[in-house]
Ligand binder design. Structure first.
Ligand SMILES: [Zn+2]
Ligand SMILES: [Zn+2]
Length: 296
């Protein structure tokens, strides 16, 4: 069995008592930006871990996106000692959402089982081909074959609903993003966690597909790359604002609103200001930061 090389620190719990645990391992969009200016909110790109129930009782682990944050998640999972069994749901295959996969330790363990999913590639393309294209000479020294974990690549059409091996139901919808992207709603044990990135709103309207997906959810994670002030300079780039996310959260009556996919230019001071303003707008807002765990 594969083991982690060094000591492992799990992300701290900030809330307890439920049966679905959500941990943020990477919260940035576009490109990783670690350093002193981002120590508080974090610099790794998108990766969120959702643990549904107790693994010993048939609970499952879902990983949302494989940005650079999936590397430390892999270290933590290997430190747990048990074989890793996970469903990896990809919002899409832009590089910031998959670049961590070749550095995900459990992928190199023969006793791991990884099921990868994507809903934006059919009919012209397939997930396995897209991921293999990242691991080719001269861009990367080893091909995907070196990942000896048992793997399955599952292409679907955004909008479809499917069940995971652990029993969780996954509802999906197409997002408004260059080359496509998929929003997810994971339902298990009466809880609903929604992950909606990367997507751009249309000013003056709200995305009905997203509103239907997130209706009444316990948690709504949303692409808040920009502020309303910044957005006019980035129309057509495929990203949204924290103000639009707050409006969606309000209309859909979600429990907790989680701004996510932070712009690399937003340092900790900027993020703290966004968090303050977002809480004023939607009281139950928790801005995503690396190491944060929320339990529902
Ligand atoms: Zn992105
Ligand atoms: Zn993207």
């Amino acid at each position: 069995m594969c083991r982690a090389a060094g000591p492992v620190a799990r992300a701290p719990n900030v809330a307890e008592g439920g049966s679905v645990e959500v941990t943020f391992w990477g919260v940035r969009g576009s490109i990783a930006c670690p350093g002193p200016a981002t120590n508080v909110y974090g610099g790794n790109t998108s990766c969120v871990e959702v643990q549904c129930g107790d693994a010993a009782d048939g609970g499952g682990r879902v990983i949302l996106d494989a940005g650079t944050g999936i590397r430390p998640l892999g270290v933590a999972l290997l430190g747990g000692g048990a074989p890793v069994d996970a469903d990896i749901l990809l919002s899409h295959t832009h590089i910031d959402h998959i670049v961590g996969l070749p550095f995900f330790g459990p992928a190199y363990c023969p006793d791991s089982m990884l099921r990868l999913w994507a809903g934006h590639l059919l009919p012209e393309r397939k997930l396995a081909d897209a991921l293999c294209a990242m691991m080719v000479d001269p861009l990367f020294p080893i091909p995907m074959d070196v990942m000896v974990a048992a793997k399955s690549f599952n292409d679907f059409h955004a909008g479809e609903t499917f069940d995971l091996a652990c029993g969780a139901t996954v509802r999906t919808c197409a997002l408004n993003h260059p080359n496509g992207a998929t929003g997810y709603r994971i339902e298990q044990d009466g809880r609903a966690i929604c992950y909606v990135t990367d997507t751009e709103h249309i000013e003056g309207t709200h995305d009905e597909n997203i509103l239907a997906l997130i209706q009444g959810a316990d948690m709504f994670i949303y692409d808040t790359t920009y502020t309303d002030e910044e957005y006019p300079g980035h129309v057509g780039w495929g990203h949204s604002t924290w103000q639009e996310g707050a409006a969606l959260a309000e209309i859909a009556k979600v429990g907790t609103y989680v701004p996510f996919h932070h712009d690399p230019s937003h340092d900790d001071a900027a993020m703290a200001q966004i968090e303050k303003e977002a809480k004023d707008r939607f009281a139950n807002t928790v801005v995503a930061r690396e190491g944060l765990t929320l339990t529902f």
